[in-house]
Write a protein that binds this ligand. Structure first.
Ligand code: FAD
Length: 372
């Protein structure tokens, strides 16, 4: 008899299982259909000994001290400024757009004020907040930079024009008029020093937690007794797609090990306008691992169909209206807590999922205290 069956062993499931077991003394059975813990954040050493992120690069960053303190119980941190370049018109460009990119574009040294004046000239004014991703970019930097860096990258990634996608998709990428060339803006940017998987092992190491891998939660749910469930898988699958399938994008990863220390000048190079892949990631730049060989991964966006991995919820008006119907069902479902990226059908970063799981735990603990 378990207090909780936890479906999914990514951040959402692992944080809740850890809190429930360590703080409330609950017995948790965590089930994942994959053959490993960690969800999409899973990392492993490949045949050449390079620590790689199996499901695409996971750059941990956060502004939340609470999240840092919580995860810090299970890992030391390797601090890193994530650096990205974009390959376009036969050369590497600094990315995200910053003063260095502007200098590359105009071909001479410039100041922030000059860049601001130029952007003011190039930007396309819009009324009110941007309604889609095209507006989100052109209203800040105009058509030329939009086409150089954003338009085709987004089309490849989502197989939709940026004008069909929510403003948040491209709006998340900072545009700076100073020399800050870090990919991300959060104050804390670091990877777990020994990798994500080691951190998850420690989180799940509590004696009140059991883990079953390589099985669908439904199979296990039919065999064991439990009181409550935490569900972190796709919300449409939970309800047997009764309102239709939610759209997702999936990815295909093509790893290649190369017999030299580094392959490219940065951790990530984007290819908006060349090739079928969107980016080449060489995670060694970020992990800081010292090895004479390296592994790069080319990333190809692909159409999703049942049976593939649902990586990205598609943020557009049509999917929102389907999700609303599933969200209603989820709210009415007794004894099940829906938490995480797939259960909430929304692109959340890892720190946001940790924060969401900690909040859910606080609600559960408060309800338990009120009932006691
Ligand atoms: C390519 C890619 C790159 C990313 N990069 C970053 C990044 O750089 N920084 C960042 O902060 N975030 C990044 N993310 C987001 C990050 O992966 C998520 O925030 C995080 O994984 C969410 O955790 P989760 O537990 O909600 O979901 P997941 O990690 O997806 O875990 C859910 C688990 O549920 C399991 N599951 C589903 N259905 C069932 C079932 N029926 N039975 C049993 N198990 C089931 C799945 O196998 C999965 O392991 C990236 C995501 C992707 C796809």
């Amino acid at each position: 008899m378990y207090d909780y069956l936890v479906a999914g062993c990514g951040f959402a499931g692992a944080v809740l299982a850890e809190r429930l077991a360590s703080q409330l003394g609950k017995r948790c059975l965590v089930v994942d259909r994959r053959d490993h813990i960690g969800g999409n954040a899973y990392d492993e050493h490949d045949a050449a000994g390079v620590l790689v992120h199996r499901y695409g690069p996971h750059y941990f960053r956060t502004d939340s001290q609470r999240v840092i303190d919580y995860l810090g119980q299970f890992t030391e941190w390797h601090h890193v400024d994530y650096k990205v370049l974009s390959w376009s018109d036969g050369q590497f460009w600094q990315f995200p757009i910053n003063l260095n990119t502007f200098e590359q574009l105009v071909g001479h040294p410039a100041t922030s004020e000059e860049m601001q004046r130029a952007l003011e000239e190039w930007r396309v004014p819009i009324d009110g907040p941007p309604r889609n991703s095209e507006e989100a970019v052109v209203s800040q930097v105009g058509w030329e930079l939009y086409e150089k860096f954003f338009k085709n990258y987004t089309r490849k990634q989502w197989q939709r024009d940026p004008s069909e996608l929510d403003a948040s998709v491209c709006g998340r990428i900072p545009i700076r008029t100073n020399r800050d060339d870090r990919y991300l803006s959060e104050r804390f940017q670091a990877l777990p020093a020994e990798g994500y998987t080691k951190m998850f092992e420690r989180m799940l190491g509590h004696p009140g937690i059991e883990v079953v891998l390589g099985k669908d939660y439904r199979e296990v749910a039919a065999e064991v007794k439990f009181d409550q469930m935490i569900y972190t898988g796709p919300v449409d699958a939970y309800f047997d797609h009764c309102h239709g399938e939610l759209p997702y994008r999936t990815l295909e990863f093509e790893p290649e090990t190369i017999e030299r220390e580094y392959f490219q000048p940065a951790m990530q190079v984007n290819y908006p306008n060349d090739h079928g892949f969107t980016r080449i990631v060489e995670i060694k730049h970020a992990t800081g691992q010292k090895l004479p060989v390296t592994t790069i991964v080319r990333e190809y966006p692909a159409d999703y169909s049942l049976g593939k991995e649902p990586y990205y919820p598609v943020p557009c008006p049509a999917s929102k209206s389907i999700y609303t119907r599933y969200a209603e069902l989820a709210r009415a479902e007794k004894g099940v807590t829906f938490v995480g990226r797939l259960a909430r059908y929304r692109y959340y970063n890892m720190d946001q999922v940790v924060a969401m799981a900690l909040k859910k735990f606080a609600d559960i603990a408060a309800a338990a205290a009120a009932g006691a």
